[in-house]
Ligand binder design. Structure first.
Ligand code: ZN
Ligand code: FE
Length: 256
């Protein structure tokens, strides 16, 4: 049974780079490639050789390092078929239900459009980890740049049903600001209050708030909590469809 080593490190202004490594075979994948140098440095630090890049979506802060890394290592670049043409160096196009293999570890491709039209997430069930790019953040979610609220709600709902203990690796460290917004939407939520306090302390110490877990997000993330009576009441949307409630939370965040 494969057990991946997972190494997360900060890059760019607020992105995370993530490397996943199968010790049995030596296979190593970068989740996205925000920029080449910090990823090369992380590989050198770990003594790992890059074999793959798993791309979540086409934005430059997730793809800018691909060309240089591919040139240096000859790695295989896997990413969403629906964004082929927008992702440099794409070798393998994947869609919903496809499997990616990093050594002996198997990841399932989950299409999670909304932030971009073709955004995908990679779920490794045996590792208990999911890599969600800019779809889900801790106590937040991606902006709806290429999709509407129902589309993003459907995507978030696919992530919400993963096992509660699943570790969630996100593209950005936005949690502290996300908590300040979330407390305006659901101020009575005690799990959220506790998370906000913890994250503020982490931020003051420069410590990451990630990975999070699906269970923690279900308890604290207003973008997953459209069914919360407090949220519905605060927004004046009692009994409305959940994607409508979600859409209103997203709109308020955009204006926050
Ligand atoms: Zn993005
Ligand atoms: Fe991003």
């Amino acid at each position: 049974m494969a057990k991946l080593d997972i190494y997360q490190f900060p890059t760019r202004s607020d992105n995370y780079g993530v490397l996943i490594h199968d010790p049995e075979t030596g296979a190593t994948a970068a989740i996205d490639a925000p920029e080449a140098e910090p990823i090369k440095a992380a590989l050198a630090q770990k003594g790992w050789t890059l074999t793959d890049i798993l791309v979540t979506h086409h934005h430059a802060d997730h793809t800018a390092g691909i060309d240089a890394l591919k040139k240096k290592t000859g790695c295989t670049v896997t990413g969403p078929a629906r964004e082929a043409g927008l992702i440099p160096g794409l070798d393998v196009e994947v869609k919903e239900g496809d499997t990616v293999e990093i050594g002996n570890a198997k990841g399932h491709v989950i299409e999670t459009p909304g932030h971009t039209r073709g955004h995908v997430s990679y779920f490794f069930p045996e590792e208990g980890a999911v890599f969600v790019g800019d779809t889900l953040f801790s106590v937040g979610c991606g902006k709806l740049l290429e999709g509407d609220a129902p589309t993003m709600w459907t995507s978030l709902s696919k992530l919400a049903v993963l096992p509660a203990e699943t570790e969630v690796y996100c593209g950005h460290e936005y949690t502290n600001a996300n908590c300040r917004f979330a407390l305006t939407i659901e101020p009575e939520n005690e799990a959220l209050q506790a998370r906000a306090a913890e994250v503020a302390e982490n931020a003051a110490n420069g410590a990451p708030s990630l990975p999070t877990t699906i269970g923690q997000e279900l308890a604290t993330n207003p973008f997953l909590r459209a069914s919360s009576p407090e949220i519905q009441q605060r927004l004046g949307l009692e009994g409305q469809p959940l994607d409508v409630v979600f859409g209103e939370v997203r709109k308020r965040k955009d204006r926050f």
